[in-house]
Design a protein around this ligand. Structure first.
Ligand code: ADP
Length: 498
């Protein structure tokens, strides 16, 4: 805690002590004094909030903070009028009902302004002066309806107590505040955690205060006093959140969206770092794997060169092998090209039926399925928002592998199923093939990574699963395999159902 924090805390403690003393004394000896002091506290806080936000309105870029900040000028002004029209103050004496009417009108303005929480995700696009004008017009209309036209419903009648309009209005205000509390939680990302808690506390105490105000019978009774005390507490939390945090840590209040932007930027930076690392890893793997056939081609050519000099006859096998290597390299480069194009294609999102996607994949593999007598089982698959071309290619790769890595003596059976969970769909592609040993389960998703089987029996470049992984990641999902060696494998992947 630094020196200014200590002074701040001491000042606050002193303020609370003095206020508490005055409140206790005045509530026992003079209700009017108690009422005036308690209202003055919230009025000063309201004007303070307005001054803070108004003076930095050019920097505030969160629409909600701007609206709430401006609204407090009018809330403070209406509360001030409520205080000076209070019975016994003898300032405005022509009519008995002003104070309670002003009270409920202010609570409506306050709770409705607080309830605009959903605007916290928007940046300020309208001028602060325009918001001010709207509040000015609304407040003027309220004042005219109370003081001039006298059409505002009566809220309290001496001897009879509160009217049903007043009581129902308090309930409506409580309802609006409860809804605002829920919205605060839903839109919590737009607020600094500390401020969010203070705002929620303020709303909770306002609700308690309003509950007391639905119950009082006399303007001077204990329930009414308690209502005012809870109102002070609720304004204290607003004071803590906006004034103290706003002055001491302005970034927390005023630059919340700036902070959010910074967070987004940091996340983007992290993602960039991650993808850069993946790129470095990727290029070293690719360079290494492309080098192998090239080295073989090179040594083949060297041999040919050597033999050429000796007797001008060349072993046909060397030629065939070199040709095979160069073909393989061409294949790998082709695969690499289609792999790098996945990103570009992933914008064609649409709603598709999974059955259609799998049917298309099966159709593309018709010859292989028939010649291997493979059986593919799937039913009741969901609709999906995805890139259809990519999903066809994903299923095609997995089915093709399930057929390729089959057991010699039994025909392949491939079962495809899906389970919907929250926003994700989990797919599984299960086969009865040769299975995968534990140590390879993660490696096989790396580009060009193959398990060293007989190349003639299981031809391939080792890019298929890397392809699948990239497609799944483009759909904000994950891919993994569970397998028991020599018993079969199940490939799982999730797709975010947007
Ligand atoms: P490729 O099939 O060209 O080798 P993939 O990336 O599709 O490339 O697969 C990588 C490795 O994962 C394969 O070499 C194989 O060893 C293993 N594999 C993939 N699918 C299966 C499967 N269904 N059953 C057993 N092994 C598999």
């Amino acid at each position: 805690m630094n020196k200014s924090d200590v002074i701040d805390k001491l000042f606050l403690g002193f303020l609370i002590l003095i206020s508490a003393l005055i409140l206790i004394l005045s509530s026992f000896y003079n209700y009017l004094l108690f009422h005036t002091i308690s209202e003055m506290f919230s009025i000063v806080v309201a004007f303070g909030i307005f001054t803070l936000i108004w003076s930095s309105r050019k920097k505030v870029d969160n629409l909600y903070i701007l609206i709430v900040g401006i609204s407090y000028l009018f809330i403070g002004a209406l509360d001030l009028l409520h205080t000076i029209t209070y019975k016994g103050m003898n300032i405005i004496t022509d009519y008995d009902f002003y104070a309670n009417q002003l009270w409920i009108a202010t609570r409506y303005v306050e709770s409705i302004s607080i309830s605009f929480v959903f605007l916290s995700k928007f940046k300020v696009k309208i001028r602060a002066e325009l918001i001010f004008l709207v509040y000015f017009v609304v407040t003027t209309l309220i004042l005219l309806s109370i003081f001039y036209w006298k059409i505002f419903p009566i809220c309290f009648v001496e001897g009879l107590g509160q009217t049903s309009f007043k009581i129902y209005s308090e309930y409506i205000v409580i309802g609006i505040l409860l809804a605002s509390g829920v919205m605060f939680i839903l839109f919590r990302d737009n607020f600094n955690k500390k401020i969010l808690i203070l705002f929620l506390l303020s709303i909770a105490f306002t609700i308690v205060s309003e509950l007391f105000f639905t119950l009082y019978i006399s303007n001077y009774d204990l329930i009414n006093k308690l209502g005012h005390i809870f109102k002070i507490i609720s304004f204290y939390f607003i004071y803590r959140s906006v004034i103290i945090t706003g002055v001491n840590e302005p970034a927390n209040v005023i630059y919340i969206s700036l902070q959010k932007e910074r967070k987004k930027l940091n996340n983007a930076l992290e993602a960039l770092k991650q993808s850069n690392m993946e790129l470095i890893q990727f290029s070293s793997v690719v360079a290494h794997d492309l080098k192998n056939p090239l080295i073989a081609i090179n040594s083949g050519i060297n041999l040919i060169e050597k033999n050429w000099d000796k007797n001008k006859t060349i072993d046909k096998n060397i030629l065939t092998e070199t040709k095979e290597r160069s073909n393989r390299m061409l294949l790998m480069i082709d695969d690499l090209l289609s792999y790098s194009k996945i990103d570009k294609k992933s914008k064609n999102f649409g709603d598709f039926n999974c059955d259609d996607i799998i049917n298309e994949a099966i159709d593309n593999l018709k010859v292989k399925i028939e010649s291997n007598k493979a059986q593919i089982i799937y039913k009741n698959l969901p609709k999906l928002r995805c890139d259809k071309i990519q999903l066809v290619s994903l299923f095609q790769n997995l089915i093709e592998n399930a057929i390729k890595y089959r057991k010699k003596d039994i025909p392949p059976i491939i079962e495809i199923s899906a389970e919907e969970r929250k926003n994700n769909v989990i797919f599984s592609v299960k086969d009865n093939g040769i299975g995968i040993e534990e140590e390879y389960k993660n490696k096989i998703f790396q580009i060009f990574h193959r398990i060293n089987y007989d190349e003639n029996k299981y031809p391939g470049t080792g890019i298929g699963l890397a392809f699948c992984k990239k497609i799944v990641e483009r759909h904000q999902g994950k891919i993994w395999v569970e397998s028991e060696y020599s018993k079969g494998s199940t490939f799982y992947f999730t797709i975010k159902n947007l």
